[in-house]
Design a protein around this ligand. Structure first.
Ligand SMILES: [Mg+2]
Length: 284
């Protein structure tokens, strides 16, 4: 293998105003404050990664990601970008947690390595293109009329599935939101809900029970992440499948959820787990 060296790393903080605030039970976001990482090499190519640190979920801020990214950039200069596992291990030795900024470097390294191999990333990762992949669109947590209006708009735009943000304490308002949304979009459009840890155990149990006939695919993170006892009790009794999101950052978290039977499904995001490198070695 011909030697290749990292020659330069650009760290670019950006602030992008959203068309409208993105509202979940933990608060509203008005801007995407992301950090872009661009890794250049001696072959004249570069790879790009990006992170979107969400302070109430990742525990990271844009300023923090930029500060760590500068330290890491210094440590990686001169290294071969294709030694991704080595670089990920270095990041883990330099700082615990901070999954989203680590993910930005991981993505940039994979992007660059795939380009150096003259392969699209999916082929570099030994994947194929046989599966159709689609995405949902998310309805923010607002008054029920506004949420139903948004849901219909997204349905008309052609989104094949919608995620609805809930998680207001109590039961009545969230159930009323879902009843109105289901009535507005008709019986067949797949709907998923996400409480973002906003309910307590009784809110969750009562809400899920009241929504059981609304044809809901699954519910993400109904109660506080880390409250494994209530997550397991709910998993045993919920009429709607439960998905762990904020509870699963790493393969170790996933293993704990499985052994405690604390969810039916996982939501895996590169921004939570530190990138692509973490998961392929993982078997349950
Ligand atoms: Mg979620």
């Amino acid at each position: 293998m011909k030697p290749v060296k990292i020659t330069q790393i650009d760290i670019i903080p950006v602030q992008i105003q959203l068309h409208e605030p993105f509202v979940i039970s933990k608060g509203a976001l008005t801007h995407a404050r992301n950090t872009i990482v661009r890794i250049h090499c001696s072959e004249g190519l570069y790879g790009v990664g990006e992170c979107c640190p969400y302070r109430s979920i990742h525990g990271e801020t844009q300023a923090g990601t930029v500060a760590f990214a500068k330290d890491l950039a210094e440590a990686l200069l001169g290294a071969d970008p294709r030694h991704i596992h080595r670089h990920v291990a270095l990041m883990d030795r330099m700082i615990v947690g901070n999954a989203s900024v680590k993910g930005a470097f991981d993505m940039a390294l994979y992007d660059l390595s795939a380009k150096l191999s003259e392969l699209p990333l999916y082929k570099y990762l030994h994947g194929d293109r046989v599966k159709a992949i689609y995405t949902d669109n998310t309805v923010s947590l607002l008054d029920k009329e506004k949420m139903a209006e948004k849901a219909v708009k997204f349905q008309e735009m052609g989104f094949p599935v919608l995620k609805i943000k809930l998680g207001e304490r109590g039961v009545t308002k969230d159930v009323a939101r879902m009843e109105l949304i289901r009535a507005s979009v008709g019986p067949d459009l797949p709907l998923r809900i996400d409480a973002n840890q906003g309910w307590n155990y009784l809110d969750a149990l009562r809400s899920l029970e009241a929504m059981k006939d609304l044809n809901i695919e699954h519910c993400e993170e109904p109660v506080q992440a880390g409250n494994t006892e209530d997550q397991a009790r709910l998993t045993a009794h919920s009429p709607i499948p439960l998905m762990a999101d904020e509870s699963v950052f790493s393969p170790r978290d996933a293993s704990r959820i499985v052994s405690c039977q604390a969810a039916h499904l996982f939501n895996i995001k590169l921004g939570k787990s530190g990138g692509i490198c973490t998961w392929p070695r993982c078997r349950f």
